[in-house]
Design a protein around this ligand. Sequence first.
Ligand SMILES: CC(=O)N[C@H](C=O)[C@@H](O)[C@H](O)[C@H](O)COP(=O)(O)O
Length: 230
Amino acid sequence: MTRSSLSERLAGGLVVSCQALPGEPLHTETGGVMPLMAIAAQRAGAVAIRSNSARDVAQIKDAVDLPVIGLIKREYPPFEPFITVTMEEVDALVEAGADAIALDCTLRERPDGLTPAAFVARIRERHPGVPLMADIATYEEGIAAAEAGVDLIGTTLSGYTPQSAGAPIPDLPLVERLARDTEVPIVAEGRIRRPEQARAALDAGAHCVVVGGAITRPLEIATEFVDALR
Ligand SMILES: CC(=O)N[C@H](C=O)[C@@H](O)[C@H](O)[C@H](O)COP(=O)(O)O
């Protein structure tokens, strides 16, 4: 899938994030659960899947006929978790068949000391045709990612970094500002719980919307109901 055809495919649609990290109820040693989530998403009319790990990307690619945005989320102690920050991870995701790669483009100190822009340039050299989605947390990070030449910018990490602590939930003001000030398609992602919020994200200028936990993390969903009954 070319860089521009992915963007066309995503326009106005729902991307379902199908992820279960080790320790989560739907994580298994051999996988097999996230592809079922992806089949449900496809039947509902989702335009793409977002998924964590080369294994899940490969299994989901076998199960559905949708583009998959792949990522590898890992801890690099003493750093906080990062989303795809090494070339080995990018290589593994490309090898697994990912149609696009989501990268950490926050301006936090990275384990490798590179800037996101330098990392993007290295990936472009090695995998020129692969669409790149920048996962960011702040407006400045979004602008820097646009300047680095990424294909999509996601508000994924808003509220999860010290620099974005206390951001609105979901961060539609960030979607709106970035959509106004850059030419790069903005993906509204992170803490979108209800259909009305997804709709509002598009109205705020998002190119497409990613929803994860509200669809694919039953522990989160059940906890919301249990909490409401307390
Ligand atoms: C912060 C972080 O690591 N986000 C991860 C990024 O891929 C996933 O855990 C989220 O589920 C995803 O961003 C979708 O967001 P939500 O599940 O809130 O709809």
